[in-house]
Each structure stands twice: as C-alpha cells, then as structure tokens.
Design a protein around this ligand. Structure first.
Ligand SMILES: *[C@@H]1O[C@H](CO)[C@@H](O)[C@H](O)[C@H]1NC(C)=O
Ligand SMILES: *[C@@H]1O[C@H](CO)[C@@H](O)[C@H](O)[C@H]1NC(C)=O
Ligand SMILES: *[C@@H]1O[C@H](CO)[C@@H](O)[C@H](O)[C@H]1NC(C)=O
Ligand SMILES: *[C@@H]1O[C@H](CO)[C@@H](O)[C@H](O)[C@H]1NC(C)=O
Ligand SMILES: *[C@@H]1O[C@H](CO)[C@@H](O)[C@H](O)[C@H]1NC(C)=O
Length: 342
C-alpha cells in the first residue's frame, strides 16, 4: 500500500507518575479501531551524564548506544471512521515501565534517553519502520502529534528544547505540566524507593528506581471528584520511575527556542503537584495567569495555549470530568492537525 498522508498521535503513557491513563484515551478518542500491539525495537545513541546526580549540565558524559524493546499499541480507525474524523494513534509504555524493556541499571533511564526513544518512535512513524516492526503493511505518516502527561510531558518538552526546528514531533499536548517554581523546588524531595515500597515486585531494583507511596497527590483533595475504585486501580497498576528524571528536571525550565509547532499545556486547577503546592498556592491556576507565565517557554510556537481544567487534580484523565477532558483532546487534535497541515 502507498504512503498515507495522515497524522499519527504519539501517546506516552509514562505510568510511573502518570498511571496507565493515556492508554484509555485511545478508545474514547477513536472508536471503532483496529489495534495491534507489540514490541518495537528502538535504537538509542545519546550522550548522557556518567553520574546523573550531577544533572545534565555536567561535562562528565558517557555514550549510551543500545536498542530497547518498547511496547506499544497502534490503533487505526476502521472503515468510514478513517475518512470522517479518525486519527491513528500509537501509544507506548515509557522505557523501564509497563511491558517495555527495563534496563538493569537505573542510570540508563534519564530524560535524554526517554527523549531519544520518543523522537525515534516519531521518526519510525514517519519512515514506515514502526508499522513494519508490528507486522503491519508499511505506512508512512507525514505528521506526528505528541500527547503526554506529567513526566512524559517533561520528556516531550525536552525534545522541543533540544531539537528545536528539527523536532520529529509536529505538535504537542502536554498535560499535568507547567514550569512553576514550586514544582521545581519540591520535585527533588526524597522519593520512596521502589525496592522498599513493593519488595515482591521491585526488590531487586537498584536505589535509583523510585515510585509513589500512594496516589493521593495525583487527585484533587476533594475526594468526591473521583471514584475510589479508580484510585485503587491506579495504585495497583502503578509502576516505577528513576530519581535521575528529577535531577534533570531543571533542564526543561528554559525556552524551547526554534520549536514552531502548536503547543497546548493543560493542568487541573486542583493539581497538588503544581497549582496547590506550597509555593504556588497563591498563584491563581487559571488560563489567563498560566498563558502569561508559560508563553515565554514557547517563544517560537505558532500557537501556544495554556488550558485549565477547573476542579481536576494532576491526573486530569482519571476523575469524573474525564469524559469532558477526552472530548477536549479530540477537538484540540482536530485544530492542531489543521494547523500543521497548512
Ligand atoms: C550503573 O551504571 C553506572 C554508570 O555506568 C555505574 O557507575 C554504577 O555502578 C552502575 N550501578 C549498578 C548497580 O550496577
Ligand atoms: C499517601 O501518602 C502520603 C505521604 O506518605 C500520606 O501523607 C497520606 O496520608 C497517604 N494517603 C493515603 C490515602 O493513604
Ligand atoms: C546549565 O548551564 C547553562 C549555561 O551555562 C545555565 O544557563 C543553566 O542555568 C544551567 N542549568 C542548570 C540546571 O544548572
Ligand atoms: C485569573 O486570576 C487573575 C488574578 O487573580 C484574575 O485577574 C483573572 O481575571 C483570572 N482569570 C480568569 C480567566 O479567571
Ligand atoms: C490556538 O490553539 C487553540 C487550542 O488548540 C485553539 O483553540 C485556537 O483556535 C488556536 N488559535 C489559532 C489562531 O489558530
């Protein structure tokens, strides 16, 4: 089959801090779909800090050259959907979590490595390698819109900063992500070691692997806004991250110069990590204030928009307002697709 001039959405699930919520966007956004899942070999070749506790500004670097198996699900609308408003999606588990490969050493899981994985996946959607790896007919996508949450948003933001005009992602929707000083200040607080939180699952992981004690901080303090069942499921399906992401967080608090694609940042007004943290609680998390605060981080974006989901916590996809959030994603994707096709 010839190349299809379509847009593909690259969804980063990043379960460690985000849970599996991006996975569930597929069905809501694009039913009915035909889905194929499997591992995609992703070659990575990046310079990273030898000692990541020094942060990304260190000159003490090593080269990581490996091919990782990244697990993902490729969904394509069937029949008429394709023509009407279908979007193809590829949703994947971050390196080290879910069904993706977990390197033995946590120092192999850093922001530049995750960014290299994401941009390689986007490139593979564009050159047809990805569909071939999944045993499908080769398809080439002209444009890729990245949608990520929280830690995943940090990774996509890093791609925009480091790749600028040559970024393989043409547009970004970043949820659970703003550049507030309060988050920067608290993010480096000690995090529970994965090996101690769940020794049966993670007892053999090194001390760079971290997780959450429970999921409370990802929801609004108002417990009537979400289901206790979802909260429990979220806790049971959580995964790990590494302390190195947190050490490298300052690297995304700089403008993404040269990145021209449209960008949306979306946070919940009751996000305990961002809007309600000790430093920011006096910052009104409304779209006017956040538009002004965040626009300087996207100086060359053709359209940067800050959006706030009123009443939602950090995980904007997991509360009783989720259906509206998904509908919002759909309309954002439509607008962005139009913009990047012009
Ligand atoms: C992980 O890799 C780093 C950097 O190569 C090395 O210094 C460290 O000793 C390794 N840790 C383990 C537990 O093997
Ligand atoms: C979740 O963990 C935090 C920090 O350890 C703790 O303060 C809070 O009480 C816990 N919440 C629940 C519902 O267990
Ligand atoms: C990294 O170095 C640059 C250039 O010297 C500096 O502007 C920036 O603040 C540094 N970042 C961190 C996190 O230290
Ligand atoms: C956001 O908060 C600012 C400062 O309190 C206020 O001036 C502005 O009207 C608010 N905007 C919206 C959209 O609520
Ligand atoms: C900018 O993006 C927002 C969010 O997608 C959209 O609502 C708005 O219409 C766009 N503005 C322009 C001028 O395209």
């Amino acid at each position: 089959m010839a190349a299809w001039a379509l847009t593909c959405l690259l969804l980063l699930t990043g379960r460690a801090f985000a849970s599996a919520n991006a996975m569930s966007t597929i069905g809501s956004l694009h039913a009915p779909c035909l889905c194929t899942f499997g591992a995609v070999p992703v070659p990575v070749n990046v310079q990273i800090p030898s000692d990541p506790s020094e942060g990304l500004n260190t000159t003490n670097l090593r080269r990581l050259k490996k091919t990782f198996n990244i697990f993902g699900e490729f969904c394509q609308p069937s029949g008429q959907q394709l023509v009407i408003n279908g979007q193809t999606t590829f949703s994947y588990d971050e390196l080290g979590v879910g069904l993706s490969e977990r390197p033995l050493n946590s120092t192999d899981i850093q922001i530049p490595v995750a960014a290299s994985v994401a941009s390689s996946l986007a490139a593979q959607l564009k050159d047809g390698t990805l569909t071939s790896s999944l045993g499908l007919e080769k398809q080439l996508f002209k444009k890729v819109v990245g949608i990520a949450h929280s830690q995943g948003s940090v990774v996509f933001n890093f791609i925009a900063i480091t790749q600028g005009a040559s970024t393989t992602l043409d547009a970004m929707i970043l949820t659970g992500h703003i550049h507030d000083q309060g988050f920067l200040a608290t993010f480096d607080d000690p995090k529970p070691l994965a090996s101690q939180v769940d020794p049966a699952r993670w007892g053999n992981l090194d001390s760079g692997f971290i997780t959450t004690p429970n999921r409370s901080s990802f929801y609004s303090p108002d417990t009537s806004t979400f289901s206790p069942d979802v909260f429990m499921l979220d806790g049971l399906t959580k995964d790990v991250s590494t302390i190195w992401y947190t050490r490298e967080l300052p690297s995304v608090y700089v403008p993404a110069k040269g990145f021209t694609g449209p960008v949306v940042e979306l946070v919940g007004s009751m996000d305990q990590l961002h809007c309600l943290n000790a430093v920011d609680k006096n910052l009104p998390c409304n779209s006017t204030v956040l538009q002004q605060m965040e626009a300087p981080f996207w100086p060359d974006s053709r359209n940067f928009t800050a959006l706030v989901r009123e009443g939602s916590g950090h995980d904007v996809n997991l509360d009783f307002g989720a259906a509206e959030t998904f509908a919002l994603y759909s309309s954002l994707v439509e607008v962005m697709t139009r913009q990047i096709s012009e």
